[in-house]
Ligand binder design. Structure first.
Ligand code: ADP
Ligand code: GLC
Length: 488
C-alpha cells in the first residue's frame, strides 16, 4: 500500500458537506473515482458553520494545529470524516468559517475573504505536515485554494518535507480570482520575489488565482473548450496572458456526472423512477412537479421548460427573463429554481405574478427540488454566457430532459446539437436572446413530432460522462509530473 501515491485535494466546497455549485459536486465525485484507480486520496476543506454532516459522522481530530498566519501565529481545529472511502479533513476556526454563508451575503463578499482563505490554505498545508506524510501531489481548486500552489513553490525549496511535492491547480471558474489590495500580499507570507507580473501581482493588486496559475506545476480547466477559451481576451478575464504563457502545462479535462446521485433509475428524491425503456415515471414526476410548484394542471400536456442555477449574468438568466413573455404567448410552462442577483430575483417574481399557473419560480436552492425539476421537465434551459463545464446539462441529458444551451465551453463539449447525427440537444450563439428563442422554437417543432422527439430524448439519455474517465485524465496529468499509480 505504501507505494500508492497520495493526492491531497484542497477545496472550499465538497458535496455532501458544503455546496454553492458544481465545484462541490466535482469534489464529491473525483476523489472517490481517483481512489478507485489505485491512488490514496484525501480532501481538506473548511468547517463552515452551515456545514451539513449529511448523516456522516464528523469527529474532532485535533484542537490545536499551529498555523503561521496571521501574525501572531494562531491555531486551527481539525475535524475528520470519511466520504466513500476518502478521508476528509475539515479546517475549523470559528471567527473565519462559522458564518451564515460561505463567501458573501446579498450585500457583497465578506470583507475578510482574503484573510480567511490565506488562513485556509496555510492551515491545510500545516495540517498535512502535522500528519507527517508528504503528498505526492497537492491538487488545489479555484482561487480559494490557489495560494497553496505559491506557498509550495517556495517551501519545497527550503523545507525537506515538501521537497518532492508536485502541484496541480484546477480552474473551475476564471471569473472569481480573489483579487485584493497589494497590502494583503505583504501580509500573506510569500517572499518579495512573488510580487511581480509573472507572479501574484495583477495591475497593482494581489491576485490569488493568478499566483496559483503562475506557480502550479500544471494547470487544468474543466473542459477542453474552456481550456482554449481562457487563453483569449473574450474569456480570459484578464488572465489570458499568463494562461497563454502556461499553455504547455494547461489541460482541459471534462468533468463527469455522478450517476450514483443523478440518475432517474434510482434517484432517492423522485416520486417514481424511470428509464429509457420505460418513461411512464417521467410523466408522474412532471405531474408531481406541477403540483409542487402550484401550476396549472393543463401544463401536463404542454412542453415544460426548466432552469436551475445561480441567477447571475454568467448563467444568462437575463436572457431568459427577456424572452419569458414570448414563451408565455407560445403556451409552454416554465419553472425556475435559483438565487443570486437581487434584481433578477425581483424581475422573476414579478413575472411569476403576471403569468401565474404557467410560470413558477422558487428563490433558493434545495437538492430535492433540483432533482424534481431535472425529472419533471421536458426541456432544460442553459443560456450561459460562458460555462467552464456545466454539470446541470449533463444531469438533464440523463433525465431525458433535452437541453437547450449556448454553444460555449463545456456545453459545446457535452451536447450534440440538433439536427446533427446522434443529436442530444439544441445549441445557439451565446448572449443572443433571439437566437435563444429560435432554438426553443426549433425544439418545440421537434416536440410536435413525437417519434423524432422520442429518438432525440433517447440519444440524450444514452450520453454518458463518467467520472472514471475524467479521473484517467487527471492521472495522466499526475503521470506527466512523475507521479504514477502502481496499477496504472
Ligand atoms: P455552477 O457550478 O457554475 O453553478 P454547474 O452546472 O457546474 O454550475 O453545477 C451546478 C450544481 O449546483 C448542480 O448540482 C446544481 O443543481 C447546483 N446548484 C444550482 N444552483 C445552486 C444554488 N443556488 N445553490 C447551490 N447549488 C446550486
Ligand atoms: C464552476 C463552473 C461550472 C463547472 C463547475 C464544476 O462553478 O461555473 O461550469 O461545471 O465549476 O467544475
Amino acid at each position: 500500500m505504501a507505494d500508492r501515491p497520495l493526492i491531497l485535494h484542497i477545496t472550499s466546497e465538497m458535496y455532501p458537506f458544503s455546496k454553492t455549485g458544481g465545484l462541490a459536486d466535482v469534489l464529491g465525485a473525483l476523489p472517490p473515482a481517483l481512489a478507485e484507480k489505485g491512488v490514496d486520496v484525501a480532501v481538506v476543506t473548511p468547517f463552515y458553520g452551515r456545514l451539513s454532516t449529511a448523516g456522516y459522522p464528523v469527529r474532532l481530530l485535533h484542537s490545536d494545529v499551529p498555523v503561521g498566519y496571521p501574525w501572531p501565529p494562531t491555531t486551527a481545529e481539525v475535524f475528520h470524516s470519511d466520504y466513500q472511502g476518502v478521508p476528509v479533513y475539515f479546517i475549523s476556526r470559528g471567527e473565519y468559517f462559522d458564518r451564515r454563508f460561505y463567501y458573501n451575503t446579498h450585500r457583497g463578499d465578506y470583507f475578510d475573504n482574503c484573510e480567511r482563505f490565506v488562513f485556509f490554505c496555510r492551515a491545510a498545508l500545516e495540517w498535512c505536515k502535522f500528519m507527517g506524510r508528504t503528498p505526492d501531489v497537492v491538487h488545489a481548486h479555484d482561487w480559494q485554494a490557489a495560494l497553496s500552489m505559491a506557498y509550495l513553490h517556495y517551501w519545497r525549496q527550503i523545507d525537506p518535507f515538501w521537497k518532492d511535492v508536485k502541484t496541480v491547480l484546477t480552474i473551475h471558474n476564471l471569473a472569481f480570482q480573489g483579487r485584493y489590495s497589494s497590502r494583503l500580499f505583504w501580509e500573506c507570507g510569500l517572499p518579495t520575489s512573488a510580487w511581480n507580473m509573472d507572479g501574484a501581482e495583477f495591475w497593482g493588486d494581489f491576485n490569488m488565482l493568478k499566483a496559483g496559475i503562475a506557480y502550479a506545476d500544471h494547470v487544468t480547466t474543466v473542459s477542453p473548450s474552456y481550456a482554449e477559451e481562457v487563453q483569449t481576451e473574450a474569456f480570459g478575464c484578464g488572465l489570458e496572458g499568463i494562461l497563454r504563457k502556461r499553455s504547455a502545462d494547461l489541460t482541459g479535462i471534462l468533468n463527469g456526472a455522478d450517476y450514483d446521485v443523478w440518475d432517474p433509475r434510482g434517484d432517492k428524491y423522485l416520486p417514481h423512477p424511470y428509464c429509457r425503456g420505460n418513461m411512464k415515471g417521467k410523466r408522474i414526476c412532471k405531474e408531481h412537479l406541477l403540483r409542487e410548484y402550484g401550476m396549472d394542471p393543463i401544463v401536463a400536456t404542454r412542453p415544460l421548460l426548466g432552469f436551475i442555477g445561480r441567477l447571475r449574468r454568467q448563467k444568462g438568466i437575463d436572457l431568459l427573463l427577456d424572452i419569458l413573455p414570448a414563451l408565455m404567448k407560445i403556451g409552454v410552462g416554465v419553472v425556475v429554481l435559483g438565487e443570486g442577483n437581487l434584481e433578477f430575483e425581483a424581475q422573476l417574481m414579478e413575472l411569476t405574478e403576471k403569468y401565474q399557473g404557467r410560470l413558477a419560480a422558487r428563490i433558493g436552492y434545495t437538492e430535492e427540488l433540483a432533482h424534481y425539476i431535472q425529472a419533471g421537465t421536458d426541456i432544460f434551459l442553459m443560456p450561459s454566457r460562458y460555462e467552464p463545464c456545466g454539470l446541470t446539462q449533463m444531469y438533464s441529458l440523463r433525465f431525458g430532459t433535452v437541453p437547450i444551451a449556448s454553444a460555449v465551453g463545456g456545453l459545446r463539449d457535452t451536447i450534440v446539437p440538433y439536427p446533427r447525427y446522434g443529436a442530444t440537444g439544441f445549441t445557439f450563439a451565446p448572449g443572443d436572446p433571439s437566437a435563444f428563442l429560435r432554438a426553443i422554437m426549433d425544439a418545440l417543432s421537434v416536440w410536435d413530432k413525437p417519434k423524432k422527439w422520442t429518438q432525440l430524448r433517447s440519444s440524450a439519455m444514452k450520453a454518458s460522462f463518467s467520472w472514471p474517465r475524467s479521473a484517467e485524465g487527471y492521472l495522466a496529468v499526475y503521470k506527466k509530473l512523475g507521479v504514477t499509480a502502481p496499477d496504472a
